[in-house]
Design a binder for this molecule. Structure first.
Ligand code: COA
Ligand code: AMP
Length: 629
């Protein structure tokens, strides 16, 4: 059965299609139907079934006789270590951790924040929460204490599980002081914390609040899996919106399991027992879906990689990992390949390893530029699949479903919609535009299983951000077009979100931080094109009259402030002081025009511009920063 047939089947009979997919996972009580639309335009899937995500990801494989299969391989070129965990070992470790959390009062529905680097214990913590029906919220290690505090106040965790430190090349990231600082800042206080002490840095524990990961498990009774409803929130994952307040994307348990499990065979062409490697971080959606839940639920071996594509120790690391662990499918961000290509443009290091096990490379997280795709195809000799998705959807919206049919590749396009996604290109009025015309990309409701049902504690914001603009559709926030064969092209964001090294960041959030500097009267942050990271944030600062400090001092203080408030992951290093910002007559900052000037693109003088001369000042300031490149 080819792609068109499968896609049409899901469209004609979504209930039948997804109920069939649901048979591939274990239910305590099977659902009576797939879609629950009584509360439209809010939709849910499999609400009346009961199941447990940890059972599906771990226990069921042991029960089926695969306890000796490797579940997780940890490979850390930073600590020069590798080790493996079987499914049986993983089950025992997770059951023990869950038992210890339960003994301290963690129950179904409680929130648990996880702040950990790329160690297997991060997955164990996620799975232990799933086992109890507790709702985890993983926070990426590159975020600063303030971002962690915002998340603590929003989801109000009973417990925080953290590691003592993370390891970046050449630097230890001191997680514990960041955690302590965040708890101090937050209004909500967790009942307790669990600290996984790494040998690279042992953190001081606070008596009565902090427990040692190993010590607090001593003598506890392992926990069994707690059945939860299909619409029970499995996790909350915060992602950047247009403001500094991140959005808490919720994932419901039933649809999550069904969609991820379906995607492993049909999209990634995997079989149970094979090795799948998503070179991302558990702090991002790719890590949730494709380092943890999808490969494990499907019975694959997953790799937890603590390293970088370059510099740990060189641009051959990816190929070494593929060879050493027999990786069949690699999933990474284009920026990682650009980093490799920059250091080893001929791909000479690929020849040092036997990567004949590799059958496909999937790219996501940002637009895959044609140069990178062609380079990878040429050097690796396997299909390179660009696929498009978002934190909100949890799995692919458009891709090339290798497990169903390898469709012709059109470079620059992530190919076609996955079953369940009715993707339309709309004009401002919400009407579909002709093929080839640019518009806002929207998905006709309902979205398929596995996608977000709403935002944590913020249904009004969910409706406003995603549903209100185009009634009957989910607004993706991306703009692009569709060609005559139904292939999609994702060109840009329609909001103030930028994509830096595959990481989604809010320029609005950075502006809020800059505006808090006492000498800054007004500011704007834009994303400028960057050869390696795709985009880089750039700040324009207007200073208060009478400021005593030099422009250089304010710029360097602002750079420091963003690192302190948002974190190193914001990669905010470029800023300049200007007299005025270009605006429309109604006072809206012309960020799009500034981006065009910085990227050296032609632009039309906006008809509504208040004072065109300001653009000359911006052009001058950019020139001083070396832009356009
Ligand atoms: N904990 C703490 N700090 C972190 C971190 C983490 N988990 N991850 C990144 N950082 C820090 C980095 O150390 C760096 O700090 P610095 O300013 O002191 O150098 C900063 O955040 C920016 O990191 P990054 O954007 O990763 O840049 P880099 O220069 O370290 O590396 C690449 C560049 C391209 C190699 C790297 O960005 C990369 O591997 N990208 C792949 C992205 C990816 O997989 N995205 C997932 C989406 S699928
Ligand atoms: P995130 O939620 O962090 O996964 O970021 C999602 C956003 O990244 C999308 O809305 C797109 O803007 C961008 N993105 C992800 N994958 C792709 C892709 N394959 N092509 C183009 N843009 C992408």
């Amino acid at each position: 059965m080819g792609y068109s047939h499968v896609y049409a089947e899901a469209k004609a009979d979504p209930d039948g299609f997804w109920m069939k997919a649901a048979e591939a996972i274990d239910w305590v009580t099977p659902p009576t139907k797939a879609l629950f639309d009584d509360n439209a335009p809010l939709y849910e899937w499999f609400s009346d079934g009961t199941l447990n995500a940890c059972w599906n990801a771990v226990d069921r494989h042991v029960e089926a006789g695969h306890g000796e299969r490797i579940a997780i391989i940890h490979d850390s070129p930073i600590t020069h270590s590798k080790h493996e965990l079987t499914y049986a070992e993983l089950r025992d470790r997770v059951a023990s951790l869950a038992g210890a959390l339960r003994a301290k009062g963690v129950e179904k529905g409680d929130r648990v924040i996880i702040y950990m680097p790329m160690v297997p214990e991060a997955l164990e913590a996620m799975l232990a929460c799933s086992r109890l029906g507790a709702i985890h919220s993983v926070v990426f290690g590159g975020f600063a204490a303030n971002e962690l505090a915002v998340r603590i106040d929003d989801c109000q965790p009973k417990c925080i599980i953290a590691a003592s430190c993370g390891l970046e090349p050449g630097r230890v990231v001191h997680y514990k002081p960041l955690l302590d600082g965040a708890i101090e800042m937050a209004t909500h206080k967790p009942d307790f914390c669990v600290i996984f002490q790494r040998e690279q840095e042992v953190a001081r524990l606070e008596e009565g609040r902090d427990y040692d990961w190993h010590g607090f498990q001593f003598g506890v009774e392992p926990a069994e899996c707690v059945p939860v409803e299909g619409n029970h929130p499995h996790y909350i994952l915060y992602t950047s919106g247009t403001t500094g307040q991140p959005k808490g994307v919720i994932r419901h348990t039933g649809g999550h399991m069904v969609a991820l499990n379906w995607s492993m065979r049909n999209l990634y062409d995997m079989n149970p027992g094979e090795v799948f490697w998503a070179a991302s971080d558990v702090g991002w959606v790719v890590g949730h879906s494709y380092i943890c839940y999808a490969p494990l639920t499907f019975g694959c071996t997953t790799i937890v990689f603590e390293g970088k594509p370059v510099g740990t120790p060189d641009a051959g690391t990816f190929w070494r990992v593929i060879q050493d662990h027999g990786v069949k499918c690699l999933f990474t961000a284009p920026t990682a390949l650009r980093a490799v290509k920059r250091e080893d443009s001929q791909g000479a290091l690929i020849g040092d390893y036997d990567i004949s096990c590799l059958e496909s490379l999937f790219l996501a997280g940002e637009r895959a530029d044609p140069d990178t795709i062609v380079w990878a195809q040429d050097k690796l000799g396997v299909p390179v699949v660009d696929h498009w998705w978002q934190t909100e959807t949890g799995w692919c919206i458009a891709g090339n479903p290798l497990g169903i049919e390898k469709l012709p590749v059109k470079i620059g396009s992530p190919s076609v919609p996955m079953p369940g996604y009715d993707v339309q290109i709309l004009d401002e009025g919400g009407h579909p535009v002709p093929d080839g015309d640019l518009g806002a990309i929207a998905v006709k409701l309902p979205l398929p299983p596995g996608t977000l049902p709403t935002l944590w504690n913020a249904e009004a914001r969910f409706r406003k951000s995603y549903l209100d603009h185009f009634p009957g559709y989910y607004e993706t926030g991306d703009a692009g077009y569709k060609d005559e064969d139904g292939y999609l092209y994702i060109m840009a964001r329609t909001d103030d979100v930028i994509n830096v090294a595959g990481h989604r960041l809010s320029t609005g959030g950075m502006e809020e931080v800059l505006a808090s500097h006492p000498d800054v009267a007004e500011c704007a942050v834009i994303g400028v094109a960057d050869q390696l990271k795709g985009q880089m944030p750039m700040g324009f600062l207007c200073l208060n009259a009478g400021t005593q400090k030099s422009a250089e001092d304010v710029v360097s203080e602002c750079v420091k402030l963003v690192r302190e408030k948002i974190g190193p992951v914001a990669a905010f290093k470029l800023a300049t002081v200007v007299q005025r910002l270009p605006k429309t007559r109604s006072g809206k900052i012309l960020r799009g025009t500034m981006v065009n000037i910085a990227d050296g693109k032609d632009y039309k003088m906006p008809a509504t511009i208040d004072d065109p001369a300001i653009l000359d000042e911006i052009t001058e300031a950019l020139k001083e920063l070396g832009y356009p490149k």
